[in-house]
Design a protein. Structure first.
Length: 377
C-alpha cells in the first residue's frame, strides 16, 4: 500500500490548490466586473486542456509511469499560479481574458496529469477479483479528493478577502510540500504497461464497449452539473442576493465537501445496505435516473413558486440550498459508482490508458457545461 499512501498524499494536497485556483480566478474576475460569459471563457482552456491531457496522460503513464505524470503535473500547477501573479489591474478586459485563460490552461493540464496517478493506483494495489475492496478504495480516495477540493474553494475565497497575492502564494506552498513525495517516494516504473507502444490511436480506438458507454454517460453526467454549478451559482450569489465572496466560496466549498464525503461512504451507507456492493451497470442505470429529479424539481419550483416570482430572497436561497444539497448527495453516489466501474473495466496492464480515455469524456462534459452555463446565464 506504500504507493497508494504516497500518491494519495500528493494527490490530495494538489486537490486543495485545484479547488482554490477556480475560486480565486472566478471571484477575482467577478470583483473586476467581468460578466458570467467572460468568466466562463477564462475556464475554456482549462477544460479543453483536460480533454487532450487525459488522452496524452494515458499514453505517458503507460510509457513512463505515474511518477513522471505526477511530477510534471505538480510543476505545471506552480507555473499556473506563478502566471496569475502577473494579472494587472490596468489591463483591458481582452488582455486579462487572454492571459488568465492561458494561465488556466496550465492548471487544467496539471490537474489531469495528477489525477491519473490518483485514479490508477487503486487498481494497481488491489488484487484481481477483489471488487468490493476496490470499490471501497476508489470511493475513499475520490471522496476525500472532492472534500479537500471543497476546502480549496473555501480557502481560496477566504484568502482572497485578505489578499490576492497571499491566496496565490499559499497555494504554491502546498504544491511545493507535495512535490518531494512524488520525486523520492515512487518507483519510476509504477503504472507502466507491459507493452510500451501505447499510442493515441490505441486509446481512441478502444474496443472496450463497457468503457465506451460509461465514458459517454460520464460526459452527460458532468455537463448536467456544470451547466448550473460554479459560474452561474457564483455570479447569482454575488449579484442577486449580494452575498460576500467568502460566503459564496463557503457555499460552493460546502457543496464539494458534502459531495466528497458522500462519495467516500457510498459503499458503507448506500450501496452496502441496499445490497448493491460492488455495483454493476444496472446500479448505475438506477441512480442515473434518480439523478434527474433534483434538477427537474428545481425547474418546476423556479417557474411555479411564488417565492421566485416575487423575488423573496430568503425563500429563494432556502429552496436552492435544499435542491442543491439533494443533487449533491445523488450526484456523489453516481460519481462513486462511475469511478469504481471505470477502474473495474480497465485492463490491469493498461489501466492508465483506460482511465485517461474515461476522464477525457469527463473533461468534455465539464467544457460543455462551463461554456453553456456562461452563455445561458
Amino acid at each position: 500500500l506504500r504507493p497508494f499512501v504516497i500518491i494519495s498524499i500528493t494527490y490530495l494536497l494538489f486537490t486543495v490548490t485545484d479547488g482554490a485556483i477556480r475560486m480565486i480566478v472566478l471571484l477575482h474576475a467577478y470583483n473586476k466586473s467581468f460578466s458570467a460569459l467572460e468568466v466562463a471563457i477564462m475556464f475554456t482552456l482549462y477544460e479543453v486542456a483536460g480533454v487532450f491531457t487525459n488522452l496524452a496522460a494515458g499514453v505517458m503513464g503507460a510509457r513512463w509511469g505515474i511518477r513522471f505524470t505526477l511530477i510534471i503535473g505538480l510543476s505545471l500547477q506552480i507555473l499556473s499560479y506563478g502566471l496569475l501573479f502577473g494579472w494587472k489591474d490596468d489591463w483591458t478586459k481582452e488582455q486579462a481574458i487572454i492571459y488568465v485563460t492561458v494561465a488556466q490552461m496550465f492548471a487544467g493540464i496539471a490537474k489531469d496529469l495528477t489525477k491519473l496517478g490518483g485514479k490508477t493506483v487503486t487498481k494497481l494495489v488491489t488484487p484481481e477479483g477483489r471488487n468490493t475492496r476496490l470499490f471501497q478504495l476508489v470511493s475513499l480516495l475520490t471522496g476525500w479528493k472532492n472534500s479537500l477540493k471543497g476546502v480549496g474553494y473555501f480557502l481560496g475565497s477566504a484568502l482572497l478577502e485578505v489578499s490576492y497575492e497571499l491566496a496565490l502564494g499559499f497555494m504554491i506552498g502546498l504544491v511545493v510540500i507535495a512535490m518531494p513525495f512524488a520525486i523520492w517516494g515512487l518507483d519510476k516504473d509504477l503504472g507502466t504497461a507491459k507493452s510500451k507502444n501505447s499510442s493515441l490511436k490505441e486509446i481512441l480506438k478502444t474496443d472496450n464497449w463497457n468503457l465506451n458507454v460509461l465514458s459517454l454517460a460520464r460526459l452527460f453526467l458532468f455537463a448536467s452539473r456544470d451547466f448550473w454549478f460554479e459560474v452561474p451559482v457564483s455570479c447569482c450569489g454575488c449579484g442577486g442576493p449580494g452575498l460576500q465572496r467568502t460566503i459564496v466560496g463557503a457555499f460552493l466549498g460546502g457543496y464539494i465537501i458534502l459531495y466528497g464525503q458522500v462519495q467516500s461512504w457510498t459503499p458503507q451507507l448506500v450501496t452496502g445496505p441496499l445490497q448493491q456492493t460492488p455495483p454493476n451497470k444496472m446500479t448505475e442505470v438506477l441512480w442515473g435516473m434518480i439523478n434527474c429529479y433534483p434538477t427537474l424539481t428545481a425547474t418546476i419550483v423556479i417557474y411555479a413558486s411564488e417565492v421566485f416570482r416575487e423575488y423573496k430572497v430568503e425563500g429563494m436561497i432556502s429552496w436552492l440550498i435544499v435542491i442543491i444539497v439533494t443533487f449533491a448527495v445523488i450526484f456523489a453516489i453516481n460519481s462513486s459508482i462511475h469511478s469504481f466501474l471505470v477502474v473495474k473495466y480497465a485492463k490491469s496492464d493498461k489501466v492508465a490508458v483506460s482511465v485517461g480515455f474515461y476522464y477525457m469524456s469527463n473533461a468534455c462534459g465539464r467544457l460543455l457545461g462551463t461554456l453553456g452555463s456562461g452563455f445561458l446565464y
